[in-house]
Design a protein around this ligand. Structure first.
Ligand SMILES: O=c1[nH]cnc2c1ncn2[C@H]1C[C@H](O)[C@@H](CO)O1
Ligand SMILES: [Zn+2]
Length: 366
């Protein structure tokens, strides 16, 4: 008999997270404490519960641009080495305690230099925090592997420099590169030099695309820039015609959707975030249902745990409630994610065979 799909059991299941922003995952209490310590005086409230509610409500705006405005308050309090170490350590601990066994956590070094840190110092501090948090969690029996992704902001002009840092820190805990920020008006090809450089360096990168804008953004990310994965990519459904499908007939895939599916290009979907930014109408109507049925390389992610008030456990539980997924589908999401990680193949395989499969087998055969 499979174990019941309760919140507690889903927390016990091994989970893999590829898309989580460091500056979107702070504990609300930490935001308040760091604001007090660093003299940041623009928080909307200094009450923990009110602040959690405020972040969720302000981010639940129906627009990516307004969703992103909430980051002023988190970025505002992460401007020192100590703050970066603390936030990174708590991130690793929180993910490990939630049953995440492998995570790629991204952040934009260029956003943390207001008080004089260099990009290298920002990266060093975050990696130090991940090491401390990982060790603290392991001491409690929660083993997690955490890697960093370096993000460049798409409206700015630091991507080539940040890409070089992703390569320079590749053996120190940085697994890849990303671009983020407002999508409409800032196509991926603006940063083509960074992506061409990364490809010459045999480096990995993902691109936020198909979230706040549609197919042209996804097409550029894949066909011009050569992205390994799509950050969200949820709007790929705009290239899938379900209306044309008759009874029992499969939906018709356009050429781009076919390419993404055929090449097994991973989609870093984040259901709650996608609802908040207006990329999906609700969890029940989220394209993850269709994309899973059609066997795209679907992965489940948190994006921003603070803004979405979510965890990997709550995202998976929400999908179980909306789509009635069994353990086998949660395992499929998890293996998809681990296969798509920017970690060497042998290390991915070891986590799949030694951690993920035995973990789900225990729950399925409980
Ligand atoms: O989902 C997102 N789409 C685009 N940009 C995002 C998303 N979540 C966070 N960001 C931005 C805001 C953060 O300050 C930045 C670096 O993590 O990335
Ligand atoms: Zn994101």
């Amino acid at each position: 008999m499979p174990a019941p799909l309760t919140e507690e059991n889903i927390r016990r299941a091994p989970k893999v997270l590829l898309h989580d922003h460091l500056d979107g995952g702070l504990r609300p209490a930490t935001v308040i404490e760091l604001a007090q310590q660093t003299g940041y005086d623009k928080l909307p409230t200094t009450d923990v519960d009110e602040l959690s509610t405020w972040f969720y409500g302000a981010a639940h705006s129906g627009s990516l641009e307004r969703y992103l405005e909430t980051f002023a308050h988190t970025v505002g309090v992460i401007q020192t080495r100590d703050a970066l170490i603390r936030v990174a350590a708590e991130c690793a601990e929180d993910l490990a305690d939630d049953g995440v066994v492998y995570a790629e956590v991204r952040f934009a070094p260029e956003l943390h230099v207001e008080q004089g840190l260099t990009h290298e110092e920002v990266i060093d501090a975050v990696l130090e925090g991940f090491a401390r948090g990982t060790a603290a969690a392991a001491a409690r029996g929660h083993v997690i592997v955490v890697r960093a992704l370096l993000t460049a902001m798409r409206h700015a002009a630091h991507s080539r420099e940040i890409a070089a840092l992703a390569v320079a820190f590749r053996d120190k805990g940085v697994a890849g590169f990303d671009i983020a920020g407002a999508e409409k008006g800032f196509p991926p090809s603006r940063h083509l030099d960074a992506f061409e450089y990364l490809r010459r360096e045999n480096a990995h990168f993902t691109i936020h695309a198909g979230e706040g804008f549609g197919l042209p953004s996804i097409w550029e990310a894949i066909q011009w820039c050569g992205a390994d994965r799509l950050g969200h990519g949820v709007r790929i459904v705009e290239d899938i015609d379900t209306a044309a499908a008759g009874d029992g007939e499969a939906p018709a895939l356009g050429l781009l959707a076919q390419y993404v599916r055929d090449k097994r290009i991973p989609l870093e979907l984040a259901p709650t975030s996608n609802v908040q930014t207006g990329a999906a109408a609700s969890i029940a109507e989220h394209p993850i249902g269709l994309l899973t049925d059609l066997k795209f390389r679907v992965t489940v992610n948190t994006d921003n745990r603070l803004m979405s008030g979510c965890t990997m456990t709550s995202e998976m539980l929400g999908l179980v409630e909306a789509f009635d997924y069994p353990w086998e589908t949660l395992q499929w999401f998890t293996v998809n994610a681990m296969k798509s990680a920017f970690l060497p193949f042998d290390e991915r395989l070891a986590i799949i065979n030694d951690v993920i499969k035995p973990g789900y087998a225990e729950l399925i055969n409980a």
